[in-house]
Write a protein that binds this ligand. Sequence first.
Ligand SMILES: [Fe+2]
Ligand SMILES: [Fe+2]
Length: 183
Amino acid sequence: MPVQIGGKPESTFDDPIGLLGDCHRRVERFLGVLVKVAGDARGQALTVEQREALESALRYFRDAAPKHTADEEQSLFPRMRAAGGPAMEAVLAQVDALEADHARAGKAHDEVDSLGRRWIESGQLPEDDAARLCDVVSELAALYRNHIAIEDREVFPAAAAALTAEQRKAIGEEMAARRSLKT
Ligand SMILES: [Fe+2]
Ligand SMILES: [Fe+2]
């Protein structure tokens, strides 16, 4: 049974584009956790609740979020490029920038992961590391705000309109395989 987040039922692998949108809601939620914990505790000792929230957000961005990036870069964008057409060309002009965002976000997440893990392991973070963590997570929040808006409002609707049922099915199967699940 699909997990429900925020009251809206999750999409299934039959609706891979819907699933990609659901992933964005998780990205936003876990980013919110990083911003809140980094800003509230500022490198000081974490409460049990803060530590657990930080651990699950770090785990999400370490393990699950890269699969979302692969879903877009390996399964979705190539099929959109192959579909072509004037309407698609306009959207594809943004896709290169989206891929550059993925690379930038990946580097920022590596830094957040190492600072966050050090915080959890040592119990505290030195002041400059704590300040750096706050800066990087707010940069990430700004990056994702723009990135997710473009994907949700322009890229995904264009893909949903242009891709055939067979192409969508193939994307769903690839997404499931990335998570070692059967469709
Ligand atoms: Fe993306
Ligand atoms: Fe995305």
